[in-house]
Design a protein around this ligand. Sequence first.
Ligand SMILES: Cc1cc2nc3c(=O)[nH]c(=O)nc-3n(C[C@H](O)[C@H](O)[C@H](O)COP(=O)(O)O)c2cc1C
Length: 199
Amino acid sequence: MAKVKGNLGNDFCPQSLFLYGTKKDDESPDFGLFCWFSYATIEINKELRMGVMACIGEEKLTKDLIRKNGVFSANLVTEKLLPLADYYGCTSGRDNPDKMKYCPTIEGGQVLDVPTIAESPVSFELRVVKEIHAAEGSDIFLCEICNVMIEEKLKDKSLSFMERLKLAAPVITAGETTHTSLDGRELGRWSQPMKSLES
Ligand SMILES: Cc1cc2nc3c(=O)[nH]c(=O)nc-3n(C[C@H](O)[C@H](O)[C@H](O)COP(=O)(O)O)c2cc1C
């Protein structure tokens, strides 16, 4: 099939959603929703390790707290968590001091002093090793993965990896500001799922 010129943008680059957890000055948690999250090989004490890269645009509370604390958690968003995740993605922590009025079950990290989400099946504990200033308001954080907590059933090797991935039921954003399930169901446009929290 012939190709035609496309628009500049990141449609057709499916990304899993993660909630980044940080601690505020009073030790209470803040969560923000992020999708520009992927893997990168990093070097720690001259050893090559698998790390992550997290691109954070614009100044926001999550970025303030990551810079201040040097650590944060990244919690995989599931279909069940989507209304809360969507709310965290559409509500500024800087402008809404009561943002955390809707709150999941918080568990402290096992290795780092970070809030993690019990209802999320996969939680990373991350330590920033380098911040790269990419452009005005756009910064990339390269991080060491210090710990990963994963639901036991997702480690059950009697199931194929795809079966386990389906059990996790991650939400992706594939394009056009829409939340999507792994098997292609539309789960609402950004800022829609959060409406169910108010009812
Ligand atoms: C689906 C979705 C994905 C998002 N991904 C990112 C991202 O990768 N990087 C970013 O800087 N902001 C992203 N955001 C916006 C942040 O979630 C938003 O700025 C939020 O207010 C951050 O929380 P905070 O204000 O408590 O720091 C995304 C929002 C949505 C709805």
